[in-house]
Design a protein around this ligand. Structure first.
Ligand SMILES: [Zn+2]
Length: 405
């Protein structure tokens, strides 16, 4: 068994379900009760990784994000002046699962279990690579490498949001502002490699996600005399049809070279009270996946204009508390080019799913996404990862880090 596989099996056996996804106990009063669920929270995994990294000689600290929820940070400092920083940033939480998924199972060259590919596989590959680097003869002389195991990626990304706000990491976003580096006249650079299952492709772009609510208002009347009322569901039905046809067609015309087209999905609908009342309200929520360059304000304006042109009207509001912007990192940045070359790739890839990379990027930390495993197996009832790919991922990361100055 390789070190990477052993670490991954240990991580799968430590449940770290995002507290947002465990069932609340009966009559629970929200968050506190949910976090007491035996599978909830990242603490077990964070504590385990902290002692694992400390044993390998890394400098370890916790960054408290919420009660009982901390990012775990492990640093390998270079012997010389820090000229650049590589941030290895996978997340520690998973979506929910049945009990049997917390027992790692090896079969036909695969390891099964919750988090195997999303994204404890990346955690294991990244931290094993870093620990091996710490004990290798040749190490970067001027590159600092930081492993940051982040909480809450699967829900509201409070881990990565806290990381970019923290003073220790803000300097990564503004390297020129660090006075001793300025004095030394050093050029600094930073690249975050966010761990997610990308089939070991270097991903420089992903879509953003926007949840909007649209509400129509009508006028209630007796079901026997519908002509006296105004039916909010009929109005909404026309809006839904317009989104499915005209709006979706318009989105299909917008193409990003790595991401394809933007999309829209009507995900929920509710309205009306009972059959014999003309409904005076109806609401839908939509999930709009955005391309780089699209903003929430712009999307709301374009939907409002679409409705106006059809003489339809709805109140549009935001349903997501935290913004999830698209990611677009230039593949021409020197560290991105170096990483592509080091992994033998000529061209970066794009993915549909949103992740912490966009949050770090919005905090001015250039980010790419990279990790073993396939998103097709993420969040499934038989989540697995290929052990050969896992090991290959660890080696690609190790070779990349060894090649840094
Ligand atoms: Zn993930």
């Amino acid at each position: 068994m390789t070190r990477t596989e052993k670490l991954l099996a240990e991580l799968i056996a430590l449940p770290s379900v995002n507290p947002a996804f465990v069932p609340p106990p009966p009559a629970a009063s929200a968050r506190q009760a949910r976090s007491s669920h035996p599978f909830a929270g990242e603490k077990r995994v964070a504590d385990f990784l902290a002692s694992f990294a400390a044993r390998a000689g890394l400098d370890v600290e916790f960054q408290k994000v919420a009660p009982g929820r901390s990012n775990v940070i492990a640093r390998l400092l270079p012997p010389g002046k820090i000229r650049q920083t590589i941030l290895l940033a996978p997340h520690l939480d998973t979506v929910g699962a049945g009990d049997s998924q917390f027992v790692p199972r090896r079969k036909n060259g695969r390891l099964y279990g919750r988090g195997a590919c999303d994204t404890k596989g990346s955690v294991a590959a990244m931290l094993t690579a870093l620990c091996e680097l710490a004990n290798a003869k040749s190490r970067p002389r001027e590159t600092e490498i930081v492993f940051a195991g982040l909480v809450d990626e699967e829900n509201a990304q409070i881990g990565s949001r806290a990381l970019v706000r923290s003073s220790a990491f803000r300097r990564l976003g503004q390297p020129a502002a660090t006075t001793d580096r300025l004095k030394a006249g050093l050029q600094t650079a930073v690249l975050a490699i966010v761990g997610e299952p990308t089939r070991l492709q270097v991903v420089t772009a992903h879509k953003g996600s926007l949840w909007l609510q649209l509400e129509t208002r009508g006028r209630a009347a007796h079901g026997a005399t519908p002509q006296l009322g105004q039916n909010a569901i009929y109005e909404m039905a026309r809006i839904v049809a317009a989104l499915e046809t005209d709006y979706a067609a318009r989105l299909r015309k917008r193409r990003h070279p790595l991401l394809g087209t933007a999309t829209v999905n009507v995900g929920t609908i509710s309205g009306g009270a009972q059959p014999n009342i003309v409904p005076d309200g109806c609401a839908i929520t939509i999930d709009r996946r955005t391309l780089p360059g699209e903003t929430e304000a712009g999307v709301r304006r374009e939907i409002a204009a679409l409705l106006r042109a059809r003489k339809l009207s709805a109140r549009i509001s935001s349903k997501k508390l935290a913004p999830c912007p698209p990611l677009e990192t230039s593949p021409k940045l020197p560290l991105v080019r170096h990483f592509l070359r080091s992994t033998g790739q000529t061209r970066p890839a794009g993915v549909d799913f949103f992740c912490d990379a966009a949050v770090l990027s919005a905090g001015s930390i250039s980010s790419v996404v990279f990790g073993p495993g396939d998103i097709a197996q993420a969040h499934t009832a038989d989540e697995w990862i290929s052990l050969a790919v896992l090991e290959h991922g660890k080696n690609l990361l190790l070779n990349f880090m060894k090649s840094l100055p």
